[in-house]
Ligand binder design. Structure first.
Ligand SMILES: *[C@@H]1O[C@H](CO)[C@@H](O)[C@H](O)[C@H]1NC(C)=O
Ligand SMILES: *[C@@H]1O[C@H](CO)[C@@H](O)[C@H](O)[C@H]1NC(C)=O
Ligand SMILES: *[C@@H]1O[C@H](CO)[C@@H](O)[C@H](O)[C@H]1NC(C)=O
Ligand SMILES: *[C@@H]1O[C@H](CO)[C@@H](O)[C@H](O)[C@H]1NC(C)=O
Length: 490
């Protein structure tokens, strides 16, 4: 739909003798929003419901948890593989909830779908935290999984269930699950009061477990978590992040005291936000407390606001303290693979902070450069538009959006034929020909955002380069919020 109206516009402009430039490309944010949410259906594990729209996917992993006598059916595959990594899955869920809390009002009929996507995560985390004194931290042996190129529906790899408990703690995964449950309780508050209070009660229970038995799951479930989603940055940021969401959801001052007290001693970079590090997310999330003249305090005395401002200054192209780089085509880069996870998460934070600043009538000073709230939105828009196709290759990095998008994404289910097209079992190594072929994927994983181009705006569209062509749930989750904001036309 976005593609078609673009074409009509280009034809019109050609007739009028106007040159069409990439930068002028306008996007259908509503269409992109719908698709960004639909993507989560393609990542579903477990028994699919009758209203499943991405219907080339079928039931899978129906015995998950049986090795420890628990029902762990459901949840999300995190990326192009079939492992359920709960640490990034919980971060995805928190960000999906935050997207709804901030921008749900602009989602229109997609709000229902966004809440369904959220509930698919929270229902699963209620299972993972059902037994007091332990949390299920992951399902699926990643080495076994990564050895094969298999449809989730065919899976015969080791579905090991990894748990953290009082003697083998995992504060990062537990506290991120607490954050996800607390954030979701806010998202569901007006829609389903009973469910919302179940989530909140569980959130505070899980937070207590994470806080009372401190330690990293890196050590407790080592070979499951590392090197895939090793918690490099430590677990103290997740504890604070969990407390911050509980503070907002409960208004209980004990959580706010926890945030303030522990933030004072938290080390690490204030410029990061992603599944591993929550720092800049915390600073921005709590900043409104300091902007409210009715309430607490004095924003010039707050390290949260100072650090949130510094974070903004680390991103803006014109800032003297910028620490990210930009490609010639204008895409934000940070070191490491899967770059679009940074572009979407950081853009989301820019938009959220811009709204908080606007309410407070504040601007940000980066050295001598004064930055208005609307400038933050402008920068976020350049990133979102780049992802949707305003880039030197004219390539949309959202599958199924626009006239040109990645055809060979690194995703097992998408590349192999659907069960409805080819029912016989395709074994572990039998799928390899679908991995290496130059043919496009068999199934369109609509709405998936891939890792994205290199820092010179080049993109291989090859399954063999996972860092460019693999989608992940935590690339999409913050973009859901950003797209809702731009759909709202602000
Ligand atoms: C605690 O967790 C560890 C690591 O997952 C596991 O080996 C151990 O059996 C668990 N202990 C109990 C009592 O469940
Ligand atoms: C706010 O905090 C700053 C820094 O701690 C202090 O210098 C200033 O006097 C405070 N302002 C008010 C109104 O309390
Ligand atoms: C917003 O801030 C500016 C500059 O600090 C000031 O001139 C203006 O009066 C403020 N507007 C409101 C509505 O407070
Ligand atoms: C794969 O993608 C990464 C990230 O964009 C890039 O640095 C690398 O050169 C690519 N690998 C190959 C073999 O092209």
């Amino acid at each position: 739909m976005g593609g078609k109206s673009m074409m009509d516009m280009s034809v019109l402009m050609l007739l009028l003798g106007v040159t069409v430039v990439t930068e002028a490309m306008s996007h259908d944010y509503g269409d992109a929003l719908t698709k960004s949410i639909l993507f989560f259906e393609g990542q579903r594990s477990g028994k699919l419901p009758s209203n499943q729209r991405m219907n080339w996917r079928k039931d899978s992993a129906l015995r998950d948890g049986s090795d420890i006598g628990m029902d762990m059916v459901g949840g999300y595959y995190d990326a192009g593989d079939n492992v359920k990594f709960h640490f990034p899955m919980a971060f995805t869920t928190t960000l999906l909830a935050w997207s709804i809390v901030e921008f749900g009002e602009s989602m229109g009929s997609d709000l229902e779908h966004a809440l369904d996507a959220l509930r698919w995560g929270t229902d699963y985390f209620l299972k993972a935290t059902r037994r007091p004194g332990m949390v299920v931290a992951q399902v699926g042996d990643p080495i076994s999984d990564h050895t094969c190129w298999e449809r989730p529906e065919d899976m015969d790899t080791l579905r090991t269930t990894y748990v953290v408990n009082q003697t083998h703690p995992g504060s990062e995964v537990s506290a991120e699950i607490a954050a996800a449950l607390a954030a979701s309780s806010i998202a569901f508050k007006d829609k389903d009061k009973r469910y919302s209070s179940v989530l909140l009660q569980r959130a505070s229970q899980v937070f207590d477990f994470a806080n009372n038995y401190q330690g990293s799951y890196d050590e407790s479930i080592g070979q499951g978590a590392c090197p895939f989603y090793c918690d490099i940055n430590g677990y103290h940021d997740e504890l604070i992040w969990g407390a911050a969401w509980l503070s907002k959801a409960t208004q209980d001052p004990k959580y706010w005291d926890y945030v303030v007290k522990n933030m004072a001693t938290l080390g690490g970079s204030i410029f990061e936000f992603g599944w591993d590090s929550k720092q800049s997310g915390i600073n921005i999330f709590v900043s409104p407390i300091y902007f409210d003249p009715q309430k607490v305090m004095n924003s010039s005395g707050s390290s949260f606001v100072t650090n949130a401002d510094s974070f903004v200054c680390s991103l803006l192209p014109e800032s003297p303290t910028k620490s990210v780089t930009y490609s010639p085509g204008g895409l934000m880069f940070k070191p490491g693979g899967c770059n679009l996870q940074h572009a979407t998460a950081l853009s989301f934070l820019l938009i959220v902070y811009s709204r908080y600043l606007q309410v407070a009538n504040r601007s940000v000073h980066c050295g001598s450069v004064v930055t208005t709230p609307s400038r933050l939105v402008e920068v976020a828009k350049t990133q979102v538009d780049y992802i949707l196709g305003s880039n030197p290759l004219g390539m949309s990095y959202m599958v199924g959006y626009g006239p040109k998008f990645p055809q060979r994404i690194h995703h097992r289910g998408s590349s192999l034929p659907s069960m409805s097209a080819f029912h016989a079992h395709i074994g572990c190594h039998d799928g390899n020909s679908y991995l290496v072929t130059k043919m496009p994927n068999r199934n369109v994983l609509v709405g998936a955002i891939v890792g994205g181009p290199d820092n010179n705006d080049q993109f291989l569209d090859s399954r063999l380069n996972a860092s460019q062509s693999e989608p992940t749930t935590y690339i999409n989750a913050p973009l859901v919020g950003a797209l809702a904001f731009f759909k709202g036309g602000k």
